[in-house]
Design a binder for this molecule. Structure first.
Ligand SMILES: N[C@@H](CCC(=O)N[C@@H](CS)C(=O)NCC(=O)O)C(=O)O
Length: 195
């Protein structure tokens, strides 16, 4: 299998951490892509031109980090990062919150890449408020389980630190800060630190 990624993408990082935690590095070749510059090899796997994108050994293409992570989790079921039964829904709900933080952050970032006169301050303020409310929700629902939601949450937090250091989310959200400190010390997280 091949996973297309870019080093700063928090969505791709979710998949790369999962691959390491599940011992799948020998089965998945990680291929660096350039989604912003336009990348024909990436576009052939994901017509949206976004990372992450996975092509499996049968030539089937998978895109969108929740789907790719769910597929990887099913392919190598030990250890599981998306549990069966009722607990599954808690993990997926909390993954959606973390992914939403990344999605709104990407929107702000794209806005900031526009010339100054073309940016919308109102939209950026709206997305920033959405991020902060979502972090409050994540703080309220944080637990100590090492699952896909925890991975996604820390990918979101560390990416926010990289792109928006002024957000200063940590002091008011001690559970998220502790989760980030704990997980970023793991080899899988250190090996995929965004740059
Ligand atoms: N919902 C997607 C979002 C992926 C995404 O936005 N990736 C960004 C990089 S962080 C990208 O490839 N952007 C290029 C583009 O949208 O053209 C996922 O979860 O994988």
């Amino acid at each position: 299998m091949k996973l297309y990624f870019s080093p700063a993408s928090p969505f791709a990082r979710k998949c790369r951490i999962l691959i390491r935690e599940k011992g799948m590095l020998g089965q998945v070749e990680e291929v660096r892509a350039d989604p912003i510059g336009g990348d024909g090899a990436l576009n052939a796997v994901n017509p949206l031109g976004q990372v992450p994108a996975l092509i499996d050994d049968a030539g089937v293409a998978w895109s969108d980090s929740p789907l790719i992570c769910a597929r990887l989790d099913a392919l190598a079921p030990n250890p599981r990062f998306i549990p069966e039964g009722e607990a599954r829904w808690s993990v997926l709900r909390r993954e959606v919150i973390a992914d939403g933080v990344m999605e709104q952050g990407v929107k702000i970032r794209l806005e900031l890449l526009r010339p100054e006169g073309e940016r919308s301050g109102a939209w950026m303020a709206r997305w920033r408020a959405g991020i902060l409310r979502s972090l409050d929700a994540a703080e309220a629902q944080a637990d100590n389980t090492f699952d896909l939601a925890a991975i996604a949450t820390v990918c979101a937090l560390t990416w926010l630190d990289l792109r928006f250091p002024d957000l200063d989310w940590a002091p008011a959200r001690p559970k998220l800060a502790a989760l980030q400190a704990e997980l970023e010390a793991r080899a899988s997280f250190r090996d995929t630190a965004p740059s």
